[in-house]
Design a protein around this ligand. Structure first.
Ligand code: ADE
Length: 233
């Protein structure tokens, strides 16, 4: 999969891509992520990417030209993207099923804007999908773009060492994760549950399923299939 990110703050997006799973996935050729500085596509001596909003108001708005030119340059070099995603708090809320669905694409372009906004013509004409990473406001779309990249890349086949691990993530089957323990078996008087040391894989699987259900019931009952019935009654 290829992911191109358009941003006025490339340094903010670059660094996390050079660590951990995202770095390894790129080294293995599972994903190619490229970050593009919108300034490159902003004409004029000052390469200005934003301007004051028409009609007044606080903050600056990203100008349309650098974004249109950036998207066109990427399409010329790499072909049309399957989706052009704009990260915005007023977008559809990102969840695991949207992540899985996005991971099936060959090519995504992510547009990270200032939180004050981007010229509406970009949203009307270029953007195919608007996504939010939660009901809170960040200073820009860069961190949300990274959240999206991390979530998508980790589910790509071959991204993780153990190919089954992404499938056992919390949310992947609608339940939260089971508690995890490592050595030592006893730490400051706290013991690892006996079942996990039993070597009995069936018992371990059953214990994990029970714990996952229990945690989901306690913390996120809304995730359980019968949540709506329970709310209605
Ligand atoms: N930009 C600013 N806040 C955001 C959020 N919560 N999700 C996506 N993009 C954003």
């Amino acid at each position: 999969m290829r992911i191109d990110v358009l941003t006025a703050l490339p340094g903010l997006v670059d660094a996390p891509l050079r660590h951990s799973i995202l770095e390894r996935a790129q080294e293995k050729g599972v994903a190619t992520v490229r970050v593009h500085d919108l300034r490159t596509y902003a004409p004029g001596k000052h390469h200005q990417v934003d301007d004051r909003p028409f009609g007044g108001g606080a903050g600056m708005v990203l100008k349309p030209e650098p974004v249109f030119r950036g998207v066109e340059a990427i399409a010329d070099a790499e072909g049309e993207a399957d989706e052009i995603v704009y990260l915005t708090p007023d977008g559809e809320c990102l969840d695991q099923s949207t992540v899985n669905q996005l991971s099936l694409n060959e090519h995504l372009i992510l547009i990270a804007g200032h939180y004050e906004g981007i010229d509406q013509r970009v949203r009307d004409q270029l953007v195919t999908r608007e996504l939010s990473i939660g009901d809170y406001v960040l200073s820009g779309g860069e961190l949300p773009a990274l959240v999206l990249i991390d979530a998508v890349v980790r589910v790509l086949p071959g991204a993780l060492g153990d190919s089954s691990s992404a499938l056992t993530d919390s949310f992947q089957d609608g339940l939260l994760g089971a508690p995890a323990y490592t050595r030592p078996a006893e730490f400051r008087g706290m013991e690892v549950p006996e079942v996990l040391r039993s070597g009995d894989h069936q018992r371990i699987a059953r214990w994990r399923d029970e714990k996952r259900l229990e945690k989901t019931r306690n913390r996120r009952p809304d995730l359980l299939p019968d949540a709506e019935d329970a709310e209605a009654s």
